[in-house]
Design a protein around this ligand. Structure first.
Ligand code: ATP
Ligand code: MG
Length: 423
């Protein structure tokens, strides 16, 4: 893509009211635009990142055997009354129609998926199954803050599983927990798996996935040696204690909750009378699990964990594009044509290999401003073609994470980039 043709460009200065790195850089770099507090437009580069994150999550859910669906955001009041959540969930947006009907705006989808399962599920032969969606959620958060970390309209992957027995549910729950860790790692994030609501010894276990960064609003008691963590809100342990898993030392750190999984037991199948007939012809309650990943919050968390004072540093797996190509203008017409022609060929060769390139082809922008934009936008690799590099039949190669650049010959550059982008 030529940068000159992208309408959503960078701003010279960050928004004055940004309260976090992701709010600052995503807006300044033209990845998102804030419509109002907690509500964002995802611009071309931001949407590219969001799509990659969601594709990684999708692949991990598919690998569990879950089937993707899409459920409505406009939801009937009766379903929320059936679960006793219409009057008790404070963040639920409620709408009034012109015919005096009331609706909920989807904050979560247990109220849709459980009656849906009721229509298809008859016997033990229909179980187990899991289904998920990646969709927009609406929540009347008292305080929208920290950029895309806490929005009033945001993206979530939510999966729901249905089982005949606790053993089956527990096994699927554990498989999902492992798939979550894989998904975060593939997005370039390290997470702690934190026992929530009393931990594994309660009847209905729940786990949170916490990306450790100082920008987090959750306080976690985490082991310095193994993956053990406990949310300090429910912690039975304290700082300095020995880790119950490995004996390491526990310390207090801050985390962003990027996912949450729940063993729901029969909470929702009770509400909707969701049963199955077992091998002996007896009717039994279906057991359920639900599993959420905040995909837009995940994008913000990746920025919180991967930036410096100049801008974002995207992990290769989720970068909007791998290569940020810069051409510098020359006063000499022949040299200028040579630079642009070389860049054109390089872009064609890279794109033929499926490598995504942003080409900053602008002719009226100073080199310093182009370099600053490349650092702000944060693609993993910057390639520069200038009069100077042309004389060496080379490009200048600089990775976002390193301070120094080096020259790479034209004849080698496509192959070297091909190696570099392999995740
Ligand atoms: P939190 O504790 O942060 O308020 P939650 O426990 O209410 O979140 P869930 O209902 O479990 O969240 O939703 C699943 C995931 O969706 C969360 O782990 C989080 O990553 C994401 N999420 C929840 N609320 C928001 C929000 N307001 N903005 C962006 N992402 C959110
Ligand atoms: Mg939570």
């Amino acid at each position: 893509m030529k940068y000159s043709s992208c309408f959503a460009k960078t701003f010279k200065t960050p928004p004055s009211d940004s309260d976090s790195a992701n709010a600052k850089f995503l807006v300044q770099a033209g990845f998102v635009d804030q419509t109002m507090a907690g509500v964002y437009t995802w611009l071309p580069f931001g949407l590219a990142v969001l799509r990659k994150v969601e594709q990684i999550v999708r692949e991990e859910m598919n690998a569990l055997g879950a089937l993707e669906i899409m459920m409505p955001s406009l939801q009937p009041k009766e379903f929320w009354e059936a679960t006793n959540r219409w009057d008790t969930v404070d963040i639920l947006f409620k709408l009034h129609s012109q015919t005096d009907k009331e609706y909920a705006l989807g904050a979560s989808h247990e109220e849709i998926v459980t009656p849906l399962a009721l229509k298809f599920l008859k016997s033990y032969k229909d179980l187990p199954f899991a289904t998920y969606q990646i969709n927009t959620k609406f929540r009347d958060e008292l305080r929208a803050k920290s950029g895309v970390l806490r929005g009033r309209e945001f993206r979530m992957k939510d999966m729901y599983s249905f089982h005949t027995s606790q053993e089956d549910l527990s096994a699927f729950y554990q498989k999902t927990l492992e798939a979550y860790v894989r998904a975060y790692n593939r997005c370039g994030l390290n997470v702690k798996v934190v026992e929530a609501s009393g931990g594994i010894f309660t009847k209905n276990p729940s786990h949170e996935f916490q990306a450790l960064t100082p920008a987090g609003e959750d306080v976690i008691l985490a082991c310095g040696k193994c993956e053990f963590g406990q949310n300090s809100e429910v912690a039975t342990l304290k700082e300095g204690d020995a880790c119950p898993k490995c004996g390491g030392v526990l310390s207090t750190v801050k985390g962003i909750e990027v996912g949450n999984i729940f063993d729901l037991g029969t909470k929702y199948s009770d509400a909707f009378d969701l049963n199955f007939v077992d091998e002996n012809g007896d009717r039994k309650r279906v057991l359920m699990g639900c599993y959420g990943i905040g995909t837009s919050r995940l994008v913000g968390s990746i920025v919180e964990a991967n930036h410096d004072d100049r801008g974002m540093i995207w992990p290769k797996s989720v970068a909007p594009f791998q290569v940020h190509l810069i051409t510098l203008n020359s006063k000499d017409e022949t040299v200028r044509e040579n630079i642009m022609g070389t860049a054109d060929d390089l872009v064609r060769d890279l794109e033929a290999q499926g490598i995504e390139v942003l080409w900053d082809d602008r002719e009226d922008v100073a080199p310093g401003a182009k370099f600053a934009d490349a650092d702000l936008i944060g693609a993993p690799l910057r390639i520069l073609i200038s009069e100077k590099s042309l004389k060496e039949e080379s490009v200048e190669w600089k990775e976002r994470i390193s301070a120094e650049g080096r020259l790479v010959k034209f004849v080698d550059v496509v192959e070297e980039i091909g190696e570099f982008v392999k995740v």
